[in-house]
Ligand binder design. Structure first.
Ligand code: M6R
Length: 662
């Protein structure tokens, strides 16, 4: 997730771009940059770090420029070069959340072609960029950065120079920048929101969107483009929301909008009356709620580039990015290390690796692992999970594993983090920045990556036949959409929370995967609502926890193992008869709990292709992926309980987003 912006009008573009970028900084802050159209030139200024670092660099440039101007008062503009980022009236800007290529000056956007005649800012992922890079190499193009975006600038130039549009009447070719952008877009696979400027075209900015947000702000004598509404609110409240596949050309006094087929489209703008603060959170009251709602997209971004397809069906998992070593599949044991939510992901991973790949997993808490004398052997595969990639205990555990000669595979959300730099190989969760202290989308995308690893290893080890492997991939592919369906029903959870928020004890229970996700569900509630909440394996109920159950207790059971439903029904009866209120999270269409639980929240079941080897519905693999979905109602429950109690869910007391000290 990155933020992009653009301005064309009568005022100096630079301060407008910088102020817009600051409103988008929540989308990423690894680097920032701008490209301005000054006369016939494109002037790029970019740097690693936050927008404030870019501002400092520009301020010192402005000082030097003022001095030079004074010294060369007598010279004409032509003599001094006339290149001025400060006076330009059109430009584009970017704030980056690194995905391809570490945060660095050279990987910062905007990216340009070799002659700096095209500049591009991009939010999204170009999935086929390596293929396009090779294609361009063969045509003599050289690259400066490691990003996926740079191919776009070179492709536009390539098509502009080599494929002029031919006038059918005269037979003559004319160079056409819009045509070149269209040809470029037709080569891109993946997601993008793009803003492009071209040196010879100082009167326009070309923008396009597919699966990444982009809005156009319509001003008086000026027009703007941005990833999100807050970036344009100080200039205009009239907004065109771009649809997927649309392309637009922004001029100072008009906007030409085209659909995917290239036909001109018109539609009235939407008037926005949000406050600027509300707009920064995408209209959500808190970052946590926004991030919960980001999950369908985050899951999609994490999964889709890794699925290899035949026709429209996923048939394999592509792990070229981590130099997936088939020898890992020869090991019967994997160690997974993490803290907090990431450790709960590890616990789900333990069940998944065992079930799908028949590999034993030790899911270890980093702060425990680092002070033990753990049994490690050279070549062991150690998976280290951390959203931030900066958690002190997790880093120490990773270093211990490396010292013992293990191969460390990092699972992190932050490109350029310490973990990503020190691990042997890195698998990224492409969740975009997570601002709220309580982790939500990082957790579900961590699960997605762990499932992919388990499935890949399981297939190589022969634990999954081709049919079940493909069924599992198809089931995973349904999850982003199912997550969106779940979120559409959030009012059910909101109402439940408004009745239950003042319970003094909340217990989360489940068996197997449902136990692992219960650990996370309990943590969510405790950290933002300050309610005493604990999780336990449902089978443990009578071994202790039931002593605490009374009328002030809420028990939340996750129940997605159909073969164990009877046992969960008994557990629910046991706690209900002692006065507890109960909520069960289970599959859509299951009626096992309707008579026993006070409330049932349904999660969508996977559509499972016909399986001839086992009775329909009995294939045990179909239940494996439930934690990604059953975490979502618990996140919403925690959020709404926190609100009901008058807390700030984004900044819970005593907690920090990243625990970088012991
Ligand atoms: O950045 P990390 O994933 O390493 O952080 C680990 C924990 O500190 C983190 O998950 C914490 O438990 C969250 N507040 C949970 O919501």
């Amino acid at each position: 997730m990155c933020g992009i912006t653009g301005y064309i009008g009568g005022e100096a573009a630079l301060p407008i771009l910088l102020s817009s970028l600051k409103k988008l900084e929540y989308r990423g802050y690894d680097s920032a940059g701008v490209a301005l159209l000054d006369g016939g030139d494109i002037l790029v200024r970019k740097t690693k770090g936050r927008i404030s670092v870019l501002e400092e660099k520009l301020a010192s440039e402005e000082k030097t420029e003022a001095k030079t101007e004074a010294e060369t008062e007598a010279k004409t503009e032509a003599e001094t070069g006339g290149k001025n980022v400060f006076g330009a009236n059109a430009g584009i800007g970017h704030t980056r959340w690194a995905t391809h290529g570490e945060p660095s000056d050279v990987n910062s956007h905007p990216h340009t072609d070799e002659a700096d005649s095209i500049a591009v800012v991009h939010n999204g992922i170009i999935e086929n960029y390596l293929v396009l890079r090779d294609w361009l190499y063969e045509r003599g193009v050289s690259f400066r950065s490691e990003t996926d975006t740079e191919v776009i600038a070179h492709l536009v130039t390539y098509y502009y120079q080599n494929e002029p549009e031919v006038n059918p009447g005269t037979g003559l070719g004319t160079r056409n920048i819009l045509g070149a952008v269209r040809r470029t877009l037709s080569r891109l696979q993946g997601s993008y929101a793009l803003a492009i400027i071209a040196a010879g075209y100082r009167d326009r900015i070309i923008v396009a969107r597919k699966d990444s947000p982009l809005i156009i702000g319509l001003g008086r004598g000026e027009n703007l483009v941005a990833s999100d509404i807050p970036a344009i609110l100080s200039r205009t409240r009239e907004v065109l929301f771009m649809e997927d596949g649309e392309l637009a050309v922004l001029y100072r006094d008009r906007v030409d909008l085209f659909n995917e087929q290239g036909n001109s489209v018109t539609r009235p703008p939407t008037h926005i009356d949000w406050t600027e603060e509300a707009a920064e959170k995408g209209g959500y009251a808190h970052f946590m709620l926004k991030e919960i709602h980001d999950q369908p997209k985050a899951l999609q971004d994490t999964l889709r580039p890794r699925l290899r397809r035949s026709g429209d069906k996923p048939v394999d998992i592509d792990f070229d990015e981590i130099n997936f070593d088939p020898r890992w599949a020869k090991r019967d044991r994997v160690v997974i290390i993490a803290c907090g939510t990431a450790w709960h992901a590890a616990m789900v991973g333990k069940y998944a690796f065992e079930e799908l790949a028949r590999i034993g997993v030790e899911a270890d808490i980093a702060s425990e692992f680092r002070y033990r004398n753990p049994l490690l052997a050279p070549g062991d595969l150690v998976i280290v999970i951390s959203q931030s990639g900066e958690t002190a205990d997790t880093l120490a555990a990773m270093r211990l594993a490396k010292k013992n000669g293990c191969h460390v595979l990092a699972l992190t959300n932050v490109v350029g983090s310490t973990l990503s730099r020190e691990a042997d190989t890195v698998l990224y969760t492409w969740a975009g920045p997570e601002i709220a202290v309580a982790s939500t989308k990082a957790f579900t995308t961590q699960l997605m990556c762990l499932y992919l690893l388990a499935l890949k290893l399981g297939r190589i080890r022969g634990c999954l036949d081709e049919g079940n492997f493909r069924r599992c991939l198809a089931a995973l592919e349904q999850i982003p959409g199912q997550c969106a369906e779940l979120l559409a029903k959030q009012d059910v959870i909101q109402r439940f929370a408004s009745r239950q928020f003042n319970k003094t004890k909340v217990f989360f229970m489940g068996r197997q995967y449902d136990y692992a996700v219960s650990l996370e569900n309990a943590l969510k509630l405790k950290e933002i609502s300050y309610t005493h909440s604990e999780a336990f394996a449902a089978g443990e109920l009578k071994h202790g926890p039931i002593a605490l159950v009374d009328k002030t207790t809420l028990v939340v059971a996750a129940a997605t193992r159909v073969s164990l439903f009877d046992k969960v029904v008994s557990n629910i009866r046991e706690v209900s008869s002692r006065g507890a209120s109960t909520l069960v999270i289970t599959w859509e269409g299951e009626s096992a709990f309707t008579k026993t639980a006070d409330e049932v929240f349904f999660i969508p079941a996977p559509l499972w292709e016909d399986d001839k080897t086992e009775a329909a519905g009995q294939n045990r693999f179909r239940e494996c992926f439930s934690p990604i979905l059953s975490a979502v109602p618990a996140q919403l429950f925690a959020y709404y309980c926190s609100i009901q109690r008058g807390n700030d869910p984004d900044k819970p007391r005593n907690l920090a987003k990243s625990v970088t000290v012991e």
